[in-house]
Design a binder for this molecule. Structure first.
Ligand code: FUC
Length: 749
């Protein structure tokens, strides 16, 4: 029986994947594959990140504006279901759904049948971002290595054997797309197709995938749509794919030119050279953070068995593996030039995936990017930044058409075509604060890195988002607070038959951040003083955080929390103020922190994958390490983690992986509210350990070591030369380091 791989940061199994959530993901930010590792048949399920349905479209509802005053009147009069009906009839996007993201198809390799299989193992090495399948069939040991390289743009796979002339297989490329497959030049498979339509929007994209087989020894022969390799010593497969998508307005790219170019360049390099460049690029990002939570015997077991045992056993390294898997996934699905991580990152085997496998921006997309700064992967934010820039264009139209407002707005979802109008139905879609929340991630990137040019770049997006709300906030009748209306507290029904309402706490919290951040940015950039005062005045008048009669943080303007139809609802939107924001802080605002805690208790610990991950981040912010860990045990159980470590909503949704990685970082280091707090929520389950390379606001890189639950040493490197303050328990220490300088702090007891 095969034992574990040498590299402990590996996922590994003693069986091929039987279902998709057992297969292992690889990706170069744009092109991805799920590797099944079969013995008779290898399956690589392929994705290209611009292969969505449809083409450019403008879904804003041109009738909506005339109904806006009536919708507001009904809401303020307490006629919520009537308001929801009116909104559903007249104010939703056309079409009502957005463009789904779709699979490209599969690469199949069929191998000659074998009688006996021994020592089977497949693994995914997170440190080299390489998948390996190894087994002995009838006495011959076969090996497949596969990776997706961001350097050369292709997926490369090598098939080899320990005896000459034993590598034989036949290829196939099945796909549910409208596409044809043919062979070329006796060594290449070409798939050409056009994307699907959706909701009356015709498919506008062309796409092409190419697979070139380079065999050493043996023969390669071509049939009409498949290649056969017979008795080779080894073979290399190079896989490229592209669509004609250039941006949300332009689908005139030439996919053939892209893929032929990539295959041509990659064919001239050896497999080892491709791999060396790939590994170096991956490790440039991946190796920035090291986490050691201790090692136990459980590490000898395959990953799926460890997931089954995590909740009950002692396996701290599995939490470290989960953390690093989150970082691995972000590097693999969100690189400059590609699309942002969607609901499944990059990996989807369906033409009709859950929630369209696109961008749900009322939590899920933001959660995907929670680990980006703390876990030292700032570059991976770039696709999201670029998407927000697109949304300022499409969202300006939605603001004008549906609200008669300036600036830009994005509701709860978007897609490849950057749709911004309210979709799916009033209780989900009628929420204008999605774009504003995305802007918070851009500001955080500035806080963590101090990149002035970046702030220059994103300031117009922040300003435009704020402008929309200056133009659309309205006075609510009881206190004359400024509120959003119509809106909702994401997807949670209040006691009056719908979620549609005015001024939910989350909106107020997001806008307090958006306005404060935009004001701060305008000051740093020395511009828009008059606009800044407008924001300050409006911010003062936003509805405040309120504590309800159960001592909970109120989710709505009214104290409805105890009368809701679903008291354990997955969304904990009003707790945005505690995490990811810092408006509620365990030390600075203890009363509000107690209220947030009460709300968390009322909601309960167990929820869908992402909602479970959010709860862990929140408990970490309350400095409750053991409680956070307790919920992590649930997240890392088969109920919320598939055998391949993908998060189970269920079904698979990648946000839980990213939220979980973020939560582990929050347990070890926090930097909101002007202090860098060391081990703020360390659970008893991790008494001894160390971490290097976590990032803190103010431009710091932090290393920590602890023993018997106590911090022993800290190294802190300043990347920007800004001053800061360290905290460990009650001890604090001011730091002033020049840019690039490191300080070591050994705590004495
Ligand atoms: C939101 C959540 C669901 C799901 C979907 C993609 O609507 O409420 O749980 O995650 O996004």
């Amino acid at each position: 029986m095969a034992g574990p791989p040498v590299e402990p940061l590996s996922l590994w199994y003693r069986r091929p994947a039987r279902q998709w959530v057992e297969a292992l993901p690889i990706g170069n930010g744009r092109l991805g594959a799920m590797v099944f590792g079969g013995v008779d048949r290898e399956r690589l399920q392929l994705n290209e990140d611009t292969l969505s349905a449809g083409g450019p479209y403008a879904p804003a509802n041109t009738n909506a504006l005339q109904y806006l005053p009536e919708a507001r009147r009904l809401i303020f009069a307490g006629h919520y279901t009537e308001a929801a009906r009116l909104i559903g009839d007249h104010m939703m996007a056309v079409p009502l759904r957005e463009a789904p993201y779709e699979t490209l198809g599969d690469l199949r390799l069929d191998f000659p049948a074998a009688k006996t299989i021994q020592n089977y193992r497949r693994d995914l090495n997170l440190d080299t971002a390489t998948g390996t399948v190894r087994y002995t069939a009838d006495g011959v040991t076969f090996e497949r290595e596969v990776f997706a390289t961001a350097v050369d743009g292709v997926i490369a796979m090598r098939l080899s054997a320990d005896q000459p002339g034993r590598v034989s297989f036949q290829t196939g490329m099945p796909t549910p797309q409208r596409a044809g497959v043919r062979t070329m030049d006796n060594d290449t498979l070409v798939m050409r197709g056009t994307n699907a339509s959706f909701g009356g929007i015709p498919g506008a994209l062309k796409f092409e995938a190419r697979i070139r087989v380079l065999a050493r020894g043996g023969t390669v022969s071509a049939g009409p749509d498949s290649l056969s390799v017979e008795r080779a010593d080894s073979a290399i497969l190079l896989i490229a794919a592209a669509t004609s998508y250039r941006d949300f307005r332009d689908f005139g790219g030439d996919p053939e030119e892209v893929v032929t170019g990539q295959i041509r360049v990659a064919s001239r390099k050896s497999f080892d050279a491709l791999r060396a460049a790939h590994v170096a690029e991956h490790q440039r990002l991946f190796r920035r953070v090291r986490l050691d939570l201790g090692e136990t015997e459980a590490m000898q077991l395959p990953t799926d068995e460890r997931i089954k045992g995590f909740a009950v056993g002692k396996d701290p390294q599995l939490a470290a593996l989960y953390f690093q898997f989150g970082r691995y996934l972000l590097i693999s699905c969100s690189r400059p030039g590609g699309q942002p991580a969607n609901l499944q990152g990059l990996w989807n085997d369906s033409m009709d995936p859950p929630w369209g496998c696109k961008y749900t921006i009322n939590i899920n997309t933001e959660m995907n990017y929670w680990p980006v700064e703390t876990c030292n992967l700032g570059e991976c934010l770039e696709p999201l930044t670029a998407m927000v820039e697109d949304l300022t264009v499409t969202g300006a139209r939605t603001a004008r058409v549906q609200y008669g407002a300036g600036g830009w707005v994005a509701h709860h979802n978007t897609d490849l075509w950057r749709a911004t109008a309210p979709v799916d139905g009033p209780p989900y879609g009628m929420w204008p604060t999605g774009g504003a929340w995305l802007c918070q991630l851009l500001w955080e990137h500035y806080l963590f890195g101090g990149d002035h040019e970046f702030l220059e770049r994103v300031y117009p997006a922040m300003k435009g988002a704020a402008q929309f709300f200056l133009d659309t906030l309205v006075e609510e009748p009881s206190h004359q607070w400024l509120v959003t209306c119509p809106s909702l507290s994401p997807e949670n029904s209040h006691p009056y038959g719908t979620s549609v309402c005015a001024g939910p706490a989350m909106d107020m919290e997001i806008l307090r951040d958006l306005f404060a951040n935009t004001m701060a940015a305008s000051e740093i950039l020395k511009r828009d003083a008059a606009f800044r005062s407008q924001l300050a005045a409006a911010r003062e008048r936003l509805a405040p955080l309120q504590i309800g009669k159960a001592g909970q943080l109120q989710e709505w303007l009214e104290d409805w929390d105890l009368q809701v139809p679903d008291p354990h609802h997955r969304h904990v939107s009003h707790l945005y103020a505690l995490f990811p924001s810092d408006q509620i802080d365990a030390r600075a605002t203890p009363d509000l922190a107690a209220a947030a805690r009460k709300s968390l208790e009322l909601r309960g610990d167990k929820a869908t994958g992402w909602a479970t991950a959010w709860r862990i981040n929140l408990w970490a912010r309350l400095h409750e390490g053991d409680h956070a860990y307790d919920i992590l045990r649930f997240l890392l159980s088969p109920q919320r983690t598939y055998p391949d470590m993908f998060d189970a909503h269920p079904p698979f949704q990648i946000d839980g992986n990213f939220g979980g990685a973020s939560a582990i970082a929050e347990m070890l280091l926090q930097s909101q509210g002007g202090e860098i707090e060391l081990l703020p929520a360390l659970p008893a389950a991790w008494p001894t350990g160390s971490v290097q390379g976590l990032r803190a606001r103010g431009g710091f890189e932090v290393g920590l070591a602890w023993k018997d639950g106590k911090l022993t040493s800290t190294t802190i490197k300043s990347l920007t030369g800004q001053p800061g303050r360290l905290r460990y328990g009650d001890r604090t220490r001011r730091i002033e380091l020049k840019e690039g300088k490191t300080l070591r702090w050994d705590v004495r007891y």
